[in-house]
Design a binder for this molecule. Structure first.
Ligand SMILES: [Zn+2]
Length: 424
């Protein structure tokens, strides 16, 4: 595919010319050939070509069949980094572009802010001068359950607290079918495009331990050895931007603890379907959130796992169709902390998620082996904040983390079957 871009006024528009047979109904590509970013009251009059290229790749890489031909020139440094992409060839104009000089340490940190607990926790431990960039999804006539109401309210609250928050509207979700972000880091596209005009040294994401180090799934992984890290950190670097994950050493339990213990926590809402202050109480996020809050606060009224599983189809699908359940460790933590209520079904659920069989204390602490993922310009400050709010993992905690494993087996299948029988 060939990619063009046009920057005019407050907007940048990308357009794509497809190669013969490129739109073949595969790779979740919708066939849409244009997407835009609207910066509202900001006018990013010039954006470094490497940064525009990075955004094009973040949004089009999954859909390209053989190549992405950037119809503008990029630096040699960026061209070199693109060689890490093996499935698709990245080509560009011959034009000789000087690479973006790496930001000095005095430049401004930025976070791709979503309004959820994880990015709020990240912002809470970052320097106070951090700017937030929120990706506002273009209206999609109810094609997804996402509602931006709560996130916009989070942004308004941050503005009132003195933060610089920029909302950038885009229709990039329409590139994919079903609707959604082409890559997990595409959500940072608006922040990347604003980085020249706002002098950002790095873009932070609210990626947490479960995603970076694999503990939402089957086993612990060394993130620095993953192809995800190698590719994207290199491309960001080549474009002259730091790729920063301030809470990559913090689990979902930890990010909730930060939101509970830091004043900034008040500005977030986990549920992305309900209005502000009115979470839907039906989605998988609400289920986990309410379980963690009950466990952390030691509420008198216990969280009713069984009732919530029975009433929500989405939660049932997660429990019974994913083996193991994504973020299963969070449930283990919550049930262990709160103490399981009585009943056969609850006992089976506890067995299923291995309550009492696996250590959970490490989930409350910060994994210091993730410090290299925090941008150097503010690393010390973030580390200090994380140590103060959560405390660093002890050697035995790190051992529990490193040994994290959760795979399906016969025993697990048996318990799951019994649980299903006892519920329905
Ligand atoms: Zn919800």
């Amino acid at each position: 595919m060939k990619v063009f871009h046009e920057l005019s006024g407050t907007k940048i528009e990308f357009s794509v010319l497809l190669d013969e047979g490129e739109f073949d109904g595969e790779r979740k590509y919708s066939g849409v050939t244009e997407f835009y970013f609207d910066f509202g009251d900001l006018n990013p009059s010039s954006i470094h070509p490497d940064k525009i290229a990075l955004v094009a790749i973040l949004n089009l890489l999954p859909f390209a069949k053989k190549s992405i031909e950037l119809m503008w020139g990029v630096s040699e440094r960026f061209t070199e980094a693109c060689k890490l992409i093996s499935r698709v060839k990245i080509l560009s104009d011959e034009e000789n572009i000087v690479a973006h000089s790496m930001g000095s340490l005095n430049e401004i940190p930025c976070i791709s802010f979503s309004g959820g607990a994880d990015s709020t926790a990240a912002l809470a431990v970052m320097p106070k001068i951090t700017e937030c960039v929120f990706l506002l999804r273009r209206e999609n006539s109810g094609k997804t359950l996402y509602d931006s109401d709560a996130a916009k309210e989070s942004c308004r609250k941050l503005t009132r607290l003195g933060y610089n928050v920029h909302m950038v509207e885009t229709d990039l979700e329409f590139l994919r079918d079903p609707l959604g972000f082409p890559t997990d880091l595409a959500v940072g596209s608006p922040a990347i495009l604003l980085s020249d005009v706002r002098h950002y040294s790095s873009i932070a994401y609210g990626t947490i331990l479960e995603s970076a180090f694999g503990t939402s799934g089957a086993r612990f992984r060394s993130y620095s050895d993953s192809s995800h890290y190698k590719l994207w950190s290199s491309l960001f670097d080549a474009a002259g931007l730091g790729y920063s994950l301030p809470v990559a050493g913090v689990s979902e339990v930890g990010s909730t603890l930060i939101c509970e213990n830091h004043a900034l926590g008040k500005v977030h809402q986990s549920c992305i379907r309900g209005k502000w202050g009115q979470p839907c109480k039906n989605c998988w996020k609400c289920f986990r959130k309410n379980a963690i809050i009950a466990a952390i606060r030691g509420s008198k009224v216990k969280f009713d796992y069984i009732e919530n599983i029975v009433k929500s189809k989405e939660v049932r699908m997660k429990i019974f169709n994913e083996a193991p359940i994504k973020h299963e460790g969070v449930l283990t933590y919550c049930i262990a902390k709160e103490g399981a209520s009585e009943g056969e079904a609850m006992e089976l659920l506890s067995d299923l998620v291995r309550v009492g069989k696996i250590p959970i204390d490490w989930m409350e602490k910060w994994y210091s082996g993730s410090d290299y993922l925090i941008h150097e310009s503010y690393r010390d400050e973030v580390v200090k904040n994380l140590e103060r709010i959560l405390g660093a993992m002890r050697p035995e905690d790190e051992e529990s983390l490193n040994k994290w494993e959760n795979s399906n087996n016969e025993e697990r299948e048996k318990i799951l079957h019994l649980l299903e029988e006892s519920l329905f």
